[in-house]
Design a protein around this ligand. Sequence first.
Ligand SMILES: [Mg+2]
Length: 121
Amino acid sequence: MNQKELLKQIKTTDSLYAIQKYIGKVIEIRGFANNPLEEELLLLTEEVGELAKAVRKEKYPVDNKKLKNYDSIESEIADVFIVLTSICNSLKINLYDAILEKEQENIERTWQKIKKDVSNE
Ligand SMILES: [Mg+2]
């Protein structure tokens, strides 16, 4: 099955597991399945940087002449998710299980939001 056919099969009701499986298949078709983990981590870092740039572009003033060089926040969020999911596949980690396990820890934690003192700013 090619990438277009695989993409057509994705539905809004698909599970995270199905999306992770899809990403694994297309990454293999694109020839990146055996990239070293270090390279994937570098790519993830790069994509997080691009996301930061996209947020800065949309939320804070930037040089208007450079606007066309940046992608949308949605596009960069997707890139980060795709690369992160691909790293999970490389490490044989089920992202759904990992999130569930982590959230089981998180819901037991006491979260303290520290109030920022802005009186000196
Ligand atoms: Mg990107």
